[in-house]
Design a protein. Structure first.
Length: 227
């Protein structure tokens, strides 16, 4: 019997990772978990349609997924599928920064949209990695302030998913203290890259012709959505 069963998208409540140095598997909760509540993680990238997720899980693990997300009514499931696939498509566009197809400002715009759609779906995993990727973009363009701001957000979210004593958190703290020590520093032409706070101000200014739905300056960029 699995100690950590599978659930898709917003239905899973814990994540696990292997720590090579200590030789241990660590598990962290993404949400509050009540006494007697099942611990659910994800066995695969679930940012796919319900049919594709179920087909993969049936082939790889021989079970039919009936998690809370897969059990949604058809219309709700279609909306969830659309959000999940949008996140995947946006990430595909974000990574084109690596080949020079988009600049730093455009790349951060995709980070913002991935974050927003994730909020709509209730998909809170992988945010440490997403913010760390934004910090990488800022470092490459030699924007120390943006690097530090994104690294701070990454530190917070890595703390939730892999632990405050993790290598990832340690790395984010190090580049906040010395931005020029980042591996990617200066790999691209210097330019100003939006920070999480710039994106918050964008909403307030009306530039997106919307309003700020979620504002949490304490955590920097925890829940941001312009509508």
């Amino acid at each position: 019997m699995a100690r950590l069963n599978h659930a898709c998208s917003s239905a899973f409540n814990v994540v696990y990772s292997w720590r090579e140095k200590e030789g241990v598997l660590v598990v962290f909760a993404l949400k509050n978990i009540g006494k007697g509540q099942e611990l659910l993680t994800t066995y695969t990238d679930t940012k796919k349609s319900r049919d594709d997720r179920r087909a993969y899980l049936r082939h790889q693990y021989s079970f039919h997924c009936t998690c809370n997300v897969c059990s949604l009514a058809d219309d709700e499931s279609q909306q969830s599928d659309k959000r999940l696939m949008t996140m995947s498509e946006l990430h595909g566009r974000f990574v084109t920064w690596g080949s020079g197809a988009i600049d730093g400002e455009e790349a951060i715009g995709f980070v913002k949209r991935i974050w927003e759609v994730g909020d709509e779906e209730g998909y809170w995993s992988e945010r440490g990695r997403l913010a760390a990727d934004a910090a990488w973009v800022a470092a490459a363009h030699q924007d120390a302030a943006s690097l530090q701001a994104w690294a701070k957000v990454a530190e917070e979210w890595f703390g939730y998913e892999v632990g405050v004593d993790s290598v990832q958190v340690e790395e984010m703290r190090a580049v906040q203290a010395r931005p020029e020590s980042h591996t990617a520093w200066g790999n691209r032409l210097a330019m100003r890259v939006p920070t999480p706070y710039d994106l918050l101000l964008e909403c307030w200014s009306g530039r997106d012709r919307g309003k700020l739905r979620y504002l949490d300056l304490v955590s920097g960029f925890r829940r941001l959505s312009c509508v």
